[in-house]
Design a protein around this ligand. Structure first.
Ligand SMILES: NC(=O)c1ccc[n+]([C@@H]2O[C@H](COP(=O)([O-])OP(=O)(O)OC[C@H]3O[C@@H](n4cnc5c(N)ncnc54)[C@H](OP(=O)(O)O)[C@@H]3O)[C@@H](O)[C@H]2O)c1
Length: 244
């Protein structure tokens, strides 16, 4: 028997039955490449449940199209502010990726609440792997000088996750869910922003030369950024290799 054919046979015999990953924020800039990367993971054959307020939107429909072959994407209509819909979305789910949207409420307390609500709903539903999308705590790193609410609210959820892990460590009776089933993925501003709201402009530099001006008051500090597809790559890797 041809060796490569035999390997293919073994691979297909070992192919796991489809497990579902609920993606909160699936229709957004961060979520769409994540769905695409998860669908491309042939070893895991993920099924995607895309959480959305509006299943009719063009982005929701694009996700359905992406998973058309094998019906691998389903749309779940819900609202992250509604505990019942979040809990219902978790039913039968293996994993959750959660990117909350600060700009929907524009309050630190609401985004923190959304993150904690999703985590608790997942714990109750027995979700095996929850990946929480966080950002650095600017207010902590700058010793209180530079609060950046849409970063700090996500970091507050991460802080709460770590606090619950400490509690689990102390409590022998605990199920250890936050310690064993949650991964925090700290992201950065997207490099794609420089093609959208942070587009650099042609202009005259301070030394008189013509150049390109980035209108952010950064002085000579560096501005770390990440490509959306790199966030997606690492997310798919985290789900595929939970032990790492
Ligand atoms: N821009 C950056 O550089 C950057 C970098 C790192 C992190 N972030 C964070 O990413 C978040 C925004 O995500 P994005 O960049 O993907 O933006 P986006 O393209 O505007 O997408 C927003 C997402 O939030 C979902 N959403 C809004 N309200 C919802 C609700 N009530 N219930 C459930 N889902 C809701 C939307 O889903 P539906 O409309 O389908 O319901 C959509 O999937 C922000 O919190 C931001 O801080 C941004």
């Amino acid at each position: 028997m041809n060796v490569s054919y035999r390997i293919e046979q073994v691979r297909s015999m070992n192919k796991p039955t489809a497990r579902t990953i609920l993606v909160i924020g699936a229709t957004g800039a961060m979520g769409r490449p994540i769905v695409s990367r998860l669908l491309a993971d042939e070893n895991n054959n993920w099924h995607i449940r895309a959480f959305t307020c509006n299943p009719e939107s063009s982005h929701a429909q694009q996700l359905l199209e992406m998973g058309k072959e094998g019906n691998r994407v389903e749309l779940f209509q819900g609202d992250i502010n509604d505990s019942a819909s979040v809990a219902a979305a978790m039913e039968g789910v293996y994993g959750v990726f959660c990117n909350t949207n600060f700009w929907e409420s524009c309050t630190v307390s609401a985004e923190r609440e959304q993150g904690l609500r999703s985590l608790e709903a997942a714990r109750t539903a027995g979700v095996q792997h929850f990946v929480y999308s966080s950002l650095d705590s600017c207010v902590t790193l700058s010793h209180g000088r530079l609060p950046v609410p849409h970063f700090d609210s996500k970091a507050a959820v991460e802080h709460e996750i770590n606090w619950r892990r400490s509690e689990e460590f102390m409590n022998q009776e605990s199920d250890g869910w936050y310690s064993r089933h949650v991964t925090v993925l700290v992201t950065l501003p997207y490099i794609e922003n420089v093609k959208q709201f942070a587009v650099p402009e042609q202009g005259t530099l301070s030394d008189g030369r013509e150049g390109v001006i980035f209108r952010l008051p950064m002085a000579d500090a560096v501005w770390p950024m990440v490509a959306l597809d790199d966030i997606a790559f690492f997310t798919a890797h985290i789900f595929a290799h939970p032990e790492e």
